[in-house]
Design a protein around this ligand. Structure first.
Ligand SMILES: Cc1ncc(COP(=O)(O)O)c(C=O)c1O
Length: 434
């Protein structure tokens, strides 16, 4: 298959030319003074993006590594932990916490909703023994977010540490680690920063360090050790292992780009792309996956897949026929996601995503008002829409259980190819033979 024309997926997202050029910088020895400077500058820039004065650790490995390292560092057997679950990444954190021996309690909501801060407050009041709260800020697969601005201070005022997965929110949604009183934040550069995949950006508060240092089972002398980074790199200037020189240059360039644009402006750009994309999808007659727009994340637009179609079939059709890579539901449900992250939260790219999705759904038999949706999104992006159009549910669209994907893919292909000479499923194809 040819390369995609547009990568509008939920991350890794397209990187800017500047980031790509930085990834191609000469590879130096990791103790070369030039690289040491670059590494320290990058730590400081990541701290600025987190809006924190806390210590920043840059770990080599996709954000899952940082999340596992943070959870293993904080949790000791028997520790009472509250985990908020509103999507697959929250659920996954719960499996880890249990594995690491936590006395695990969860507040779980359906994956189209967010955990209500009131419910968190009530739980913490009723369970003063809680020591750690884990929350996913932006649940990328569900396209929703949890209100960490409220949850952070609730936890801190009760002496509860927080571990926050902000992998897909950093740079694209408001996130203020210090004023929200968050203890450990873990982000990925490959989402709203438009950087390379393969690194974990971690910020750790003094309260969290005290807990980690006092935890006898926190990883030490391990690839997963936050303590090694603190003691060896920040303490003695020695890396615990060789960082990927290229990735650090790529992350620094991605940070520079956001900081030069201005963090507020970057967030506003993501929010504008998300607003236009959501309004366009609604106007097409599609249902947004998040139960309410108040909890819709700014980094992806999650759209429920209509008409008994399957999300992966739709995603694959979009890619195969229109050269646009979207994301499927990734365990959150039967939904497709248009990513608007970093460089893709810009210009007409969200409209490209909408057009490709709308056209594909129509190819597959759904009734979609493509033109109306595109016009709405364009008007919002151009700033001319007088009001955000109201959602008018269409009676024709039903959300049925997914059918067998193979059969559905085959039927979709046959329908699509019908009438195209020489394609399987086209009139006369069988007679022509393979
Ligand atoms: C909310 C969230 N947490 C964690 C991860 C895992 O990050 P990575 O893919 O960099 O390991 C992702 C990736 O999509 C994510 O969206």
């Amino acid at each position: 298959m040819r390369d995609p024309d547009f990568t509008l997926a939920a991350g890794p997202t397209a990187a800017s030319a500047r980031t790509l050029a930085a990834l191609g910088s000469p590879i130096t020895y990791h103790y070369d003074p030039v690289f040491l400077d670059a590494f320290r500058r990058t730590e400081a820039k990541v701290g600025q993006l987190f809006r924190t004065k806390n210590e920043v650790i840059l770990m080599q490995g996709e954000a899952i590594l940082g999340l596992e390292a943070a959870a293993r560092s904080l949790v000791r057997p028997g520790m009472p932990v509250l985990n908020l679950v509103s999507g697959p990444f929250g659920k996954g954190m719960g499996y880890w916490l249990k594995n690491f021996g936590a006395d695990l309690h969860e507040l779980e909501v359906p994956y189209d909703q967010a955990v209500a801060p009131d419910a968190v407050e009530r739980y913490l009041d009723e369970h003063p023994e809680t020591e750690l709260l884990c929350v996913v800020h932006s649940e990328t697969p569900s396209g929703t977010f949890n209100d960490c601005a409220l949850i952070g201070p609730m936890a801190r005022s009760r002496g509860v540490l927080t571990l926050v997965d902000c992998v897909s929110s950093l740079g694209g949604m408001p996130l203020d680690a210090d004023s929200w009183q968050l203890d450990v934040c873990v982000a990925g550069p490959q989402k709203c920063l438009g950087g390379p995949p393969g690194m974990s950006l971690v910020a750790v508060s003094e309260q969290a360090w005290a807990a980690i240092e006092g935890n006898p089972v926190a990883p030490r002398a391990s690839f997963l050790s936050l303590l090694d980074w603190r003691e060896q790199w920040h303490g003695r200037g020695q890396f615990p292992y060789t960082p990927s020189v290229c990735d650090i240059h790529g992350v620094e360039a991605a940070c520079d780009q956001v900081l030069e644009e201005g963090l507020e402006a970057s967030i506003a750009r993501h929010e504008a792309a998300a607003r236009a994309c959501r309004a366009g999808a609604r106007e097409m007659g599609l249902r947004l996956w998040p139960a309410s727009e108040d909890i819709a994340a700014a980094c992806v637009t999650a759209v429920a897949v209509p008409g008994g179609l399957d999300h992966e079939v739709v995603r694959d059709h979009v890619r195969e026929h229109y050269g646009v890579m979207l994301s499927s539901g990734q365990g959150a449900g039967n939904l497709v996601r248009i990513g608007h992250m970093g460089p893709t939260a810009d210009g007409l790219k969200p409209v490209v995503g909408l057009m490709a999705l709308g056209r594909s759904l129509a190819d597959l038999g759904a009734t979609v008002r493509i033109g109306a949706g595109v016009e709405t999104a364009l008007a919002l992006l151009a700033g001319t829409a007088p009001v955000i159009p109201r959602f008018r549910p269409r009676p024709g669209l039903r959300h049925r259980r997914p059918q067998r994907r193979q059969a559905q893919r085959r039927r979709a292909r046959v329908r699509w190819n019908a009438g195209r000479p020489g394609r399987p499923g086209s009139p006369g194809a069988a007679a022509r033979g393979p």
